[in-house]
Design a protein around this ligand. Structure first.
Ligand SMILES: *Cc1c(COP(=O)(O)O)cnc(C)c1O
Length: 732
């Protein structure tokens, strides 16, 4: 059912704005809530919030859950109290127009994909905090990718898994130690419907293994113009343990993992086939879904009677593969037993031996000791591979050079397309309004163009500063509310709760640091010299405050210890309550942070940050990046659009690297960041700082937008792959 069909048949179009019947009004709100398009429309978000601001917050900004608490009559009463009719009508009309629009960038530039769309595979999708099927950066990137594909009108369908418990919710106990909580998501509150097969019936796919069948049902979620299909093993024909296979993201052992990847890859291709969707391009976002290629090979063999080798070559020409992992240990690897158990029946269909199959996942096909690596499969079964930043491209070419031993490193066929972020999702409403006032008309449709963003230099510095400070105040209120509530939950004293309610000061330079607490990200780099840090934080003239957030993988004990250490700094008298830790980092917490901080800090151990995207989100809202020259920042920093820690050097000695990087970080804060921030003119404006904010926005916002990223994928990967053009990659 298309979104425009959601008005009940025969419902009269109201003639006057105020005469909308209660049911029609309810249906329109429901239609808006059931396409995640709303999640990047401030106008629609504000509409839902206005219906009941408190419940909106309590319900994780989930409009379906919110509407379920209203009857049509109560909704109508509320709408008439608040005079919402014309806003609802307007939003609904805009959604319909958006879905019907044909004059898109994609129509002009990616028309050939029209009947054979890109099939984009990813094991997580972070579209909005109310749809918890993501854990972090990879998922948010996938979400941003499909939102931009929708906006540009690139024909694309997305495939992933539905996790009914998602990733865990993080709570810290009284000692500051991370506790993980898995909550069942209420399916009826999600914007999903059963996907239907060609016969019109809800679709279930089946995969044979050596150890019995695995079944999955398929959900359909509308993300603007993109259909997102999520496979879910919670079907009654499955064995009880298999019904939980897709309950949790990154929740299980290697066997769970291979089974999840089987469902996403092989199951995903089967689902598309059953719905009559014939992809012209397979895009594997990370190696997790690379089994998809094997099923695609099998289907082509059946459909056109090709041999295995012919079919494999053909599928590879239509496949693009993106790698995200710069450390060898980070790639999924499975032993031969797990592979045979799960891919055995598919292997029979392909007519190949166990050794041949294993060879597809090995660097040295004959090496019996080598496990099956999903990244190797992805590289071998695609003719286009890319890393996610320029530096990561170098690292990936070096890391996989042994797959092409006859080539020199520069000729290893792994390119790069640097990640970007979906601007409308991360840009604060107040900033968007400022851009609306000063940028050329229609700028929001041309966000990938550099000229558009030059408009920021015409903005009055005072106006930009004021907007930024409005957002900063909203962030500080958010942090106080969250932290004080968290203190109360832990049973801390009234005094402690009260202190949290008053912590942080809008006049103080505010640094944000939020990301997964993986060791290489070095959340503790800034804590290496506590006295030096305390001196900065409590400087009477030019103080500093820091807001931290982030989850640690449930099995990562060092990560949890680090969180504990940071969380307890709030009560450490040396820091005067100026260091806060906000629990349960997710899209919502991230959005608040990157919209309100002065400085976004990133201190990975180079070159382990493949790209990073949170700093790109910060750029859009005027925050300045202070970062190691790693990932995207290594190609983004130009000397005047933020701050660099160090000069991009690497050392094999980790201890030396960390000591040197910490010294550079402190020196940069003391000599550049702090002086620049507190250097005020007679009106209290930090003019040089504001100039840097403008440089950051004008030089980076367009380059690191997901619109630019998706356009790059279209030009350099999707179009050649759709044409089946072979580039010169051959590893067979
Ligand atoms: C953007 C985002 C990330 C990725 O940011 P990094 O810079 O790669 O750490 C992770 N988690 C959430 C919730 C995000 O919104």
């Amino acid at each position: 059912m298309s979104q425009t069909d959601m008005l009940p048949a025969g419902a009269k179009q109201p003639s006057a704005l105020t005469s909308l019947s209660a049911e029609a009004l309810y249906d329109k709100c429901n239609a808006l809530a059931r396409n995640l398009w709303w999640s990047w429309q401030p106008e629609v978000i504000n509409l839902f919030r206005d219906l009941d601001p408190i419940r909106w917050r309590q319900l994780d900004h989930n409009p379906i859950a919110l509407l379920s608490e209203f009857t049509a009559e109560r909704l109508e009463m509320r709408a008439s109290e608040l005079v919402l009719f014309s806003r609802i009508n307007h939003a609904f009309r805009r959604l319909k127009e958006y879905l019907a629009e044909t004059a898109t960038w994609g129509r002009t530039h990616a028309g050939v994909l029209g009947s054979k769309p890109v099939a984009y595979f990813s094991l997580e999708f972070g579209v909005h905090e109310s749809v918890p099927v993501y854990s972090g950066g990879l998922g948010v990137l996938s979400g941003d990718h499909i939102k931009s594909a929708s906006g540009l009108g690139v024909p694309l369908v997305a495939v992933g898994l539905f996790y009914d418990q998602g990733y865990f919710k993080q709570q810290l106990d009284v000692d500051g130690y991370q506790r993980e909580e898995y909550l069942d998501t209420k399916v009826e509150n999600l914007p999903m419907e059963p996907a239907r097969g060609a016969d019109g019936k809800p679709l279930t796919i089946r995969i044979e293994t050596r150890n019995g069948p695995l079944l999955a049902k398929v959900w359909l979620m509308h993300v603007g113009r993109v259909n997102l299909y999520l496979l879910d093993c919670d079907v009654k024909e499955n064995r009880p343990e298999d019904r939980e296979l897709t309950s949790r993201l990154y929740g299980g052992d290697n066997r769970t993992r291979v089974r999840q990847e089987l469902v996403a890859g092989v199951g995903g291709i089967r689902a598309l086939h059953a719905m009559g969707i014939t992809p012209g391009v397979y895009h594997l976002n990370e190696g997790h879904s690379a089994f998809a290629t094997l099923e695609a090979v099998r289907q082509r063999m059946i459909d056109s009677g090709m041999s295995f080798d012919e079919s494999l070559r053909l599928v590879a020409r239509h496949t693009a593969f993106t790698t995200h992992t710069p450390v060898p240990a980070g790639h999924d690897r499975f032993d031969g037993g797990l592979i045979e158990e799960h891919l055995g029946p598919l292997r029979d269909g392909l007519g190949i031996s166990f050794e041949q199959l294993m060879g597809l996942g090995r660097v040295e096909p004959q090496n019996e000791h080598e496990p099956f690596c999903m990244t190797v499969l992805g590289l071998k079964l695609s003719r286009r591979a890319n890393a996610v930043s320029s530096l990561h491209g170098h690292v990936s070419r070096r890391m996989w050079a042994h797959l092409w031993p006859w080539r020199v490193e520069e000729e290893i066929p792994i390119g790069h397309i640097t990640n970007g972020v979906h601007v409308q999702s991360w840009l604060a409403y107040q900033m968007e309004q400022l851009y609306d006032r000063h940028f050329s008309v229609g700028w929001e449709k041309r966000m990938g163009e550099p000229e558009v963003w030059q408009g920021i230099h015409q903005v009055d510095p005072g106006e930009l500063w004021e907007t930024h400070n409005t957002l900063k105040n909203l962030l500080l209120a958010f942090v106080r509310r969250r932290v004080s509530r968290q203190c109360r939950r832990r049973g801390e004293s009234d005094e402690s709760v009260e202190a949290a309610r008053n912590m942080l000061d809008p006049n103080i330079l505010t640094i944000g640091f939020a990301r997964r607490f993986a060791t290489y990200k070095r959340a503790d780099l800034i804590l290496r010299d506590m006295d030096r840090l305390a001196a900065m934080v409590t400087d009477p003239e030019r103080p500093l405050q820091i807001i931290f957030a982030g989850k640690s993988h449930p099995a990562d004990e060092p990560g949890k210890q680090l969180i504990k250490r940071i969380a307890n700094l709030r009560r450490d008298s040396r820091f005067a309550g100026r260091i806060a830790f906000v629990e349960d980092y997710d899209i919502n917490v991230c959005r608040h942070l990157i919209q309100g901080v002065d400085v976004w800090l990133n201190t990975p151990r180079r070159p382990l940050e493949a790209s990073g995207t949170s700093g790109q989100k910060a750029v859009l809202n005027g925050a300045l990046n202070l970062s190691i020259l790693d990932g995207w920042w290594a190609e983004a920093y130009d000397g005047s659009n933020g701050f660099a820690i160090g000069r991009g050097m690497q050392n094999v000695d980790v201890a030396k690297t960390d000591a040197r990087d910490a010294e550079h970080l402190y020196r940069n804060l003391e000599e550049q960041v702090i002086p620049l921030y507190y250097d005020r003119d007679v009106d209290g404006l930090p003019l040089q700082w504001i100039k840097r904010m403008m440089n950051s926005i004008s030089s980076l916002a367009w380059r690191f937008s997901a619109d630019r990223m998706v356009a790059d994928y279209v030009r350099t990967a999707y179009l050649p792959a759709a044409g089946g053009l072979s580039c010169d990659m051959d590893i067979h």
